[in-house]
Design a protein around this ligand. Structure first.
Ligand code: UT7
Length: 328
């Protein structure tokens, strides 16, 4: 019997503090940095984002999202045999243990489940789902908790108006389980390290301190240009791999970085805007958390129904990109 993997539960969590463009613009103006709601909305589609409290870590956001996903999947933490966390802002910054191990402890699993982090920045959730799919199909694990969790507010340089207005914090989670009917229909992952410098946190730990910068750096226009190209390519690839056409996609759930990139991808695929899940306006760019946050929003408000075909795709630092086509 062919073994498949299926998403059987979704969950998400946004930190309490909601920061609107007006809030942020006022904070930046106090420091002499000029921006506006008009610029942020017209260039990115973002109106608000959430910031974690000082004592909230990626694992805290991850655990809150995971609990929701577990409840929807009707699974107890001890039934999970693998935890994968995608994060570029792990609890132990630049070091160890992995955030997945901290999540395992905070969920009280105590069952010896495997746990590890995946680092592919904004493509992290897509990478993690693909890895979980492969592990399940290989028969190595049955119930996998896949989480994207980020506290990007910690790595933002609030002197850099070109980046600090774009990102937010949050977490999204899915439970993926072995199934005898198809769930994940196809997935494709890519990277091109020759573009490492256009989106990075260019620092490293040396002698107990950070050498270089601990803040996010982005060449926005270069990232934009690459993103619109590779997102269309990988969407086409994953559809071909599944033997499907874009017309058979019920929902497009893209990485939520910029509404202009998202609209361009939908347009190139010939998908109407009504089929695209949009949360970037309220969440900003939450990196690895953005896709599962959007997925959960559309599952919980009833747009995404069992049996629907969902195309998820991500792009980010590395440069990394990938797509997953899933039957819910
Ligand atoms: O999650 C990983 C993937 N990330 C992405 O997909 C992000 C991709 N990039 C983008 O979304 C866009 O490039 C941005 C939203 C970052 C920027 O939009 P843009 O249309 O590419 O603008 P730009 O960087 O070319 O800047 C245009 C102008 C510049 O002024 P001049 O040189 O034309 O006078 C900037 O200095 O806008 C200025 N600017 C701002 N003005 C007001 C940059 N940031 C701001 C700001 N407020 N916050």
């Amino acid at each position: 019997m062919t073994l498949y993997s299926k998403i059987i539960g979704t969950g998400s969590y946004l930190p309490q503090q909601r920061v609107t463009n007006a809030d942020l613009t006022a904070q930046l103006a106090a420091k002499g940095i000029d921006t506006s709601d008009e610029w942020i909305v017209s260039r990115s589609g973002i109106s608000a984002r959430h910031y974690a409290a000082p004592d909230e870590l990626s694992s805290d956001l991850a655990v809150a999202a995971a609990r929701q996903a577990l409840a929807m999947a009707d699974k107890q933490p001890h039934e999970i045999d693998l935890v994968i966390v995608a994060s570029s802002t792990p609890d132990y910054y630049g070091s160890f243990p992995s955030t997945a191990c901290i999540v395992q402890r905070k969920l009280g699993m105590g069952n010896g489940s495997a746990a590890f982090d995946v680092q592919a920045v904004c493509s992290g959730f897509i990478y993690a789902v693909s890895v979980a799919d492969a592990f399940i199909k290989a028969g190595a694990h049955k119930n996998v908790l896949v989480i994207g969790a980020e506290v990007f507010s910690r790595i933002l340089n609030f002197e850099d108006r070109g980046t600090c207005v774009l990102f937010g914090d949050g977490a999204g989670a899915v439970v993926m389980s072995a199934s005898d009917t198809p769930g994940i229909l196809a997935s494709k992952l890519h990277a091109d390290g020759s573009y490492a410098d256009i989106l990075s946190v260019p620092g490293n730990l040396a002698n107990g301190a950070i050498a270089g910068s601990a803040f996010l750096y982005m060449d926005g226009p270069a990232v934009f240009k690459l993103a619109v190209t590779v997102l269309e390519q990988v969407a086409t690839e994953v559809l071909e791999a599944a033997g499907m056409s874009a017309g058979q996609v019920d929902w497009l759930v893209p990485h939520q970085a910029n509404i202009r990139i998202m609209k361009s991808t939908a347009r190139k695929l010939g998908l109407p805007m009504e089929k695209m899940v949009v949360t970037v306006d309220q969440h900003g760019n939450t990196s690895a958390a953005s896709i599962p946050l959007a997925l959960d929003a559309a599952v919980r408000d009833g747009r995404i129904q069992p049996g629907h075909t969902v195309l998820m795709e991500g792009v980010g630092g590395g440069f990394t990109w990938g797509a997953v086509l899933a039957r819910m």
